[in-house]
Ligand binder design. Structure first.
Ligand SMILES: *[C@@H]1O[C@H](CO)[C@@H](O)[C@H](O)[C@H]1NC(C)=O
Ligand SMILES: *[C@@H]1O[C@H](CO)[C@@H](O)[C@H](O)[C@H]1NC(C)=O
Ligand SMILES: *[C@@H]1O[C@H](CO)[C@@H](O)[C@H](O)[C@H]1NC(C)=O
Ligand SMILES: *[C@@H]1O[C@H](CO)[C@@H](O)[C@H](O)[C@H]1NC(C)=O
Ligand SMILES: *[C@@H]1O[C@H](CO)[C@@H](O)[C@H](O)[C@H]1NC(C)=O
Length: 262
């Protein structure tokens, strides 16, 4: 059954999140976002369920590739949806985010940032080089230096990975994909591009910051508008179960539910 499979994947994703020390309240908030029809459609949360069934030593790049491919084909999130997601995550994950200096009173400012930069981030995430997404191509190049970017490597080898990423060679940081990303930033947020410009020019040369479009790079972000049908597909349904289960009685409640479905 598709639904059972999705529930198993969702449960595995929850187990992974718990093993990484994410609070129950935060997991519930994320499950709530995934159960929200509007947010789950524009963020394609259903395709992230595969994290739960990926071996901890396997690369996450294929999951990220499938997730972005699906997300880029969906209409963008509305500002209302982004505000609701930000509100739910910041209130559910307050204790988890404190480590990064977050406090509740920052929520309005964060919402503003999310709404302001989301279209830019989405455009960059949906850039394609030839037949493949730029993000996938770049991460695959990075993996050539770090080894597979797996859950286990990210959890257990963070320092080494961070160090490698901070000192990436020019053939990764100055690629056509990164130039096209820089061009998007320059168009959308010129203030940030002007801060980046001299460093980028020094590292990658004058041609990198000339603003010329890059041949072979295309934009795949859907510009369609949300039909707002509120339809509930299998993934939404599975996530609703998980979200409800967590609200009712934690993971044991979901396990009981899963036993029932299976
Ligand atoms: C936010 O949380 C509320 C209350 O749990 C829920 O009804 C709503 O669907 C959630 N929205 C999003 C986008 O997460
Ligand atoms: C969304 O919100 C941002 C900032 O809060 C604003 O700049 C932008 O114009 C809004 N977009 C739409 C489509 O209303
Ligand atoms: C970058 O250069 C190194 C050394 O010349 C090479 O081994 C590697 O494959 C190159 N990477 C990319 C993404 O071109
Ligand atoms: C940890 O990272 C370093 C450098 O990125 C890499 O050489 C090493 O193989 C990694 N070890 C594991 C267990 O992933
Ligand atoms: C990190 O390493 C420990 C000890 O080797 C292991 O038990 C744990 O499962 C690893 N983390 C992940 C996510 O695989």
């Amino acid at each position: 059954m598709l639904r059972s499979t999705l529930v198993v994947a969702g449960l595995s994703a929850i187990a992974v999140a718990q093993s990484m020390g994410i609070s129950q309240q935060c997991i519930s908030a994320v499950a709530g976002v995934a159960a929200d029809p509007g947010a789950s459609a524009c963020l394609s949360t259903g395709s992230l369920l595969a994290i739960g069934t990926t071996s901890s030593s396997a690369s996450l790049v294929p999951v990220i590739n499938n997730w972005l491919t699906s997300l880029c084909g969906q209409p963008a999130c509305s500002n209302d949806t982004l505000a609701a997601v930000t509100k739910n995550i910041t209130s559910g994950c307050t204790t988890d985010l404190q480590a990064f200096g977050f406090s509740q009173d920052m929520t309005p400012a964060i919402t503003q940032y999310v709404q302001q930069y989301y279209p830019t981030v989405r455009k960059i995430a949906c850039l394609k080089s030839g037949n493949g997404l730029c993000v996938t191509q770049t991460l695959t190049s990075v993996e050539g230096l770090t080894g597979p970017l797996s859950l286990s490597a990210i959890e257990n080898n963070t320092t080494a990975i961070t160090k490698t990423i901070a000192t990436l060679p020019n053939n990764i940081t100055c690629s056509d994909c990164i130039k096209a990303s820089y061009n998007i930033i320059e168009q959308d947020v010129p203030a940030i591009a002007s801060d980046l410009k001299s460093g980028a020019q020094e590292k990658c040369g004058a041609a990198f910051v000339d603003g010329a479009s890059v041949s072979g790079i295309s934009q795949t972000a859907s510009t369609g508008s949300n039909s707002n049908s509120g339809s509930t597909n299998g993934a939404h349904g599975a996530f609703s179960f998980i979200a409800d289960g967590l609200k009712l009685g934690g993971v044991s409640g979901v396990l009981a539910l899963f036993a029932f479905l299976a």
